[in-house]
Write a protein that binds this ligand. Structure first.
Ligand code: SAM
Length: 266
């Protein structure tokens, strides 16, 4: 699948829930979050059908995200259903890993092999501040369990303020090196203001080579994180929603006034 700028679109990010068990300051407001009504959230069958159609159109790389994917009830079953779809060469999940110590083995058994874990500091107090109450020990236990089970590579997503040389970023890098994890530094972005940057160590944020399509938890296909455009899978069906989204994929991101990281999936 090629878009109007001759970019090959082969990477689908699927947000499976808008719920999260953390409240990271740069991602979610502390209060006043309106969660999607249950009936608006795509069912497992709808998600799987959408992915199958995407694969038939050229997608071969799928990432499960959220919200926090591990709080979606039945996530292991959903991962198994997705892992069984022929044609996916790379299936991964982005998670805060708070629940990973209990989920690592079942996820592995379900067919997941690769995870990205969000971690911006290794200081327990600072982690608590950034996540508004999170326990870093749960993340570290989750990372350890994932490593024991065999996930490889395990990548850490570290959101930075300005530079990967700031003290928290250096500490995360050292922690990762000591434990055999890779790190990607993500500049703090702002959807409404259109502030975004390239991921250091990853592919995100580089519009000229963007290969992504996004599915939100309520079934909107989005051509770009930094765009208000979305097409409803339930209204149009997967194929038409995908083709329409690809047809308007912008050359580069602008702003997103009606979306949030926690419902589009970061
Ligand atoms: N809950 C999961 C997690 O924490 O990894 C998955 C969803 S989260 C929205 C996906 C990624 O988006 C995380 O790595 C998070 O750090 C990143 N993210 C959220 N808000 C961001 C922002 N304002 N700027 C840059 N990255 C952001």
């Amino acid at each position: 699948m090629y878009d109007n700028y001759n970019r090959s679109i082969n990477y689908l990010r699927v947000s499976v829930t808008d719920k999260c068990n953390l409240r990271c300051t740069y991602c979610m407001p502390e209060e006043g979050i309106t969660l999607l009504p249950h009936e608006e959230i795509l069912t497992f069958d709808e998600i799987v059908e959408f992915i199958k159609v995407s694969v038939s159109l050229g997608v071969n790389k799928v990432r499960i995200t959220g919200g926090e994917p591990l709080v979606r009830r039945g996530i292991v079953d959903l991962v198994r259903m997705i892992a069984e779809i022929p044609g996916i060469d790379d299936l991964s999940m982005t998670t805060n890993a708070i629940l990973m110590s209990q989920f690592a083995k079942p996820l592995w058994d379900a067919g997941l092999r690769r995870i990205n874990v969000s971690l911006d500091t290794i200081d327990p107090e600072k982690f608590k501040q950034i996540t508004r109450g999170g326990d870093i020990n749960a993340v570290i236990q989750g990372l350890n369990e994932a490593k024991i089970v065999g996930f490889n590579p395990i990548k850490i997503n570290c959101v930075i303020n300005k530079s990967s040389n700031e003290p928290d970023a250096i500490a995360v890098k050292n922690f990762a090196t000591e434990n055999g994890f890779e790190v990607r530094f993500i500049p703090k972005m702002n959807l409404e203001k259109g502030i975004f940057g390239q991921v250091d160590g990853g592919e995100g944020g580089n519009c000229s080579s963007c290969n992504r399509l996004r599915l939100t938890a309520n079934g909107m296909v989005k051509p770009c994180l930094f765009s208000d455009i979305g097409y409803s899978v339930r209204e149009l069906g997967p194929k038409e929603a995908i083709l329409k989204a690809i047809g308007v994929k912008p050359e580069s991101g602008s702003t997103n006034q009606n979306g949030t990281f926690y419902n589009i999936g970061g």
